[in-house]
Design a protein around this ligand. Structure first.
Ligand SMILES: *[C@@H]1O[C@H](CO)[C@@H](O)[C@H](O)[C@H]1NC(C)=O
Length: 322
């Protein structure tokens, strides 16, 4: 009886210190992400969600330490959100319906073992879409910035806000949008710079000014579906390519080559940009530029397993030509 009592006390003490440890981490999280909550009830709710996510991250990373998974997780800005809340933030629309696309034709040219367009100065710094479902706009500016660089040898950050506010024929601004279907807008109107049309992460009235346009595009090229060899060739010989993925499993991605059998080509819900590829610890990967700030992943980037259509990365792929 005495021993049982002592053991119970120890359990209580251990869970109290774990609670303490989690509270410290939650405090650090709130500081890092400028979080304030409406009231104590909300704070308690968020702390509870945070602890659930933290436990799940720690379990995953224990598997990583044992060499059983190829990527690490970490606390990201989504750590106080439930999976349902995170899912609601993934708002890429899909089902390409365009007739007027150019199809990519493979050349069969030999490509290098690895490519990183960041090192060629073709990629702008990591951006943050904030609390707005505008991934599609970031994917399109990212690939267009590459195309513009290719043509003009200059890197100019292009305006997502213009797409959110003005490309409303087919898109729903912060409520989501398409990638390929946005390119006809860019073809017709062109894109202003980030500087003249800054990002504010909310739907506003269109204030497009044609005389401030940096570039239009002349066409856009759609790659064959589920053909990662074509994708490899295009990334190597052309530059950054806009792709759609299932992002449901990557909220806590920290580093390494992401691979998860549950990640599905049937649920494309997020637009990103492939800016290179390579191999790490024997695993081939795509180098993916995301729009969730530098606090997520590897300074805002992720390595996605390559050659197995991971998360549907080769389902919907397109790049523009300036
Ligand atoms: C559009 O931009 C030009 C050039 O910067 C400027 O002179 C003009 O006033 C702008 N038009 C509007 C409606 O803001």
């Amino acid at each position: 009886m005495k021993a049982f009592f002592l053991a119970s006390l120890l359990v209580v003490a251990a869970s109290a210190s774990l609670l303490q440890e989690h509270a410290v981490k939650f405090q650090a999280f709130k500081m890092a992400h400028g979080r304030t909550y409406l009231n104590q009830v909300e704070e308690a709710k968020r702390f509870s969600i945070f602890r659930d996510n933290l436990r799940s991250i720690e379990e995953h990373n224990a598997l990583y330490e044992q060499g059983l998974v190829s990527y690490k997780q970490k606390i990201t800005k989504f750590a106080d959100k439930t999976k349902e809340e995170f899912k609601a933030f993934l708002t890429l629309h899909k089902k390409p319906t365009l007739s007027k696309t150019t199809k990519y034709v493979k050349t069969g040219v030999a490509v290098p073992d690895s490519v990183d367009w960041r090192q060629q100065g073709q990629v702008t710094p990591i951006k943050d879409q904030g609390n707005c479902g505008s991934c599609w706009a970031f994917s399109i500016t990212g690939t267009t910035e590459g195309a513009y660089y290719r043509k003009n040898g200059k890197l100019v950050s292009l305006s997502e806000q213009q797409l959110v506010d003005c490309a409303t024929d087919v898109n729903d601004g912060c409520q989501g949008g398409f990638m390929t279907e946005t390119l006809p807008y860019v073809e017709q109107y062109g894109l202003q710079s980030e500087e003249t049309y800054p990002y504010v992460a909310q739907d506003n009235a269109c204030s497009y000014n044609a005389s401030k346009v940096v570039t239009k595009i002349s066409s856009y090229v759609v790659l064959p579906v589920e053909d990662e060899n074509a994708l490899l060739e295009a990334v190597a010989t052309v530059g950054p390519v806009s792709v759609a993925i299932d992002a449901y499993y990557i909220d806590s991605y920290g580093s390494g080559v992401f691979e998860d059998a549950d990640c599905s080509p049937d649920f494309l819900n997020h637009g990103v940009v492939i800016v290179g590829y390579g191999t790490e610890n024997g695993k081939d990967y795509w180098l993916v530029k995301n729009s969730w700030g530098t606090g997520w992943g590897e300074e805002g980037y992720m390595k996605m397993a390559r050659g197995i259509n991971m998360c549907g990365i080769s389902e919907e792929t397109v790049y523009p030509v300036v």
